[in-house]
Design a protein around this ligand. Structure first.
Ligand SMILES: *Cc1c(COP(=O)(O)O)cnc(C)c1O
Length: 235
């Protein structure tokens, strides 16, 4: 068994245990394998172990891998863009990815919708929310999330699936749960307003247990699957 395949099993076991502890059904949390900075061969190994959803942060790097693996004939991969979206660089995301997790302004959403090729299914999107404050952080403020989510849901070539957040690392489990819990409360409040959200994208290698305990439906895990990252590719 490859290291990546063993790591995937270990991460799945962590997710299952966290679900059991939270009284949530097995299989209720999706694993997104974050392959940023790792090459197409690493993605291929994870794919051979059955993993199908992959996350990339840097658009150019991601598009190269999408193209390489399509050319190699790997079927059934779902590509998620989880890096910051600049409004002048939306086109490759609209053309090559299946999901975009970090929509935090209407202008970016409008461009993604306009640029989504008509022969592809709608781009699946999450609105990124800044749940732990900080004026320089990406993400819409919680009190502005409903308005943005409603506007995004109305765009023709996008399908709004949910919310995403990247809180700062918390000192302990309880404080991590407190922050993730705010995202979950917002998710529930938006659904109560009539938005049919099914995806709450939160939790990474170090805090996925707290995210699952707080109601995450999708965890984004990189280093626990692929190992330590050795270069930060440019944003
Ligand atoms: C890199 C990254 C991850 C994965 O982080 P790990 O700590 O390696 O699991 C998850 N989400 C986002 C947005 C990232 O940029």
């Amino acid at each position: 068994m490859s290291m990546i395949s063993a790591n995937l099993q270990a991460v799945q076991a962590r997710i299952e245990l966290a679900c059991a502890r939270a009284g949530r059904p097995s299989g209720s949390v999706q694993l997104l394998a974050v392959s940023k900075t790792f090459d197409a061969e690493a993605v291929r190994q994870a794919w051979s172990a059955g993993q199908r959803a992959f996350g990339e942060n840097y658009v150019q790097e991601g598009v190269e891998k999408v193209q390489q693996l399509r050319a190699a004939g790997l079927a059934g991969i779902e590509w998620h863009c989880i890096g910051p979206l600049q409004s002048n660089k939306t086109r490759p995301v609209a053309e090559h990815f299946d999901w975009a997790h970090t929509v935090d302004r209407l202008k970016v959403a409008q461009r993604l919708s306009e640029q989504r090729p008509p022969e592809l299914p709608p781009l699946q999107v999450c609105v990124q929310v800044n749940v732990d404050g900080g004026p320089n952080k990406s993400g819409v403020l919680p009190e502005q999330a409903l308005e943005l989510a409603q506007a995004v849901a109305a765009l023709p070539r996008l399908r709004l699936r949910g919310l995403m957040c990247i809180p700062e690392p918390a000192p302990d489990f309880a404080s991590a749960c407190a922050v993730f819990g705010r995202a979950r409360a917002l998710f529930d409040a938006l659904n109560a307003q009539g938005l049919a959200l099914d995806t709450l994208s939160m939790g990474m290698s170090d805090d996925l247990e707290a995210a699952v305990a707080s109601g995450s439906t999708l965890v984004r895990v990189g280093s626990a699957i692929f190992g330590a990252r050795h270069y930060p590719a440019p944003a």
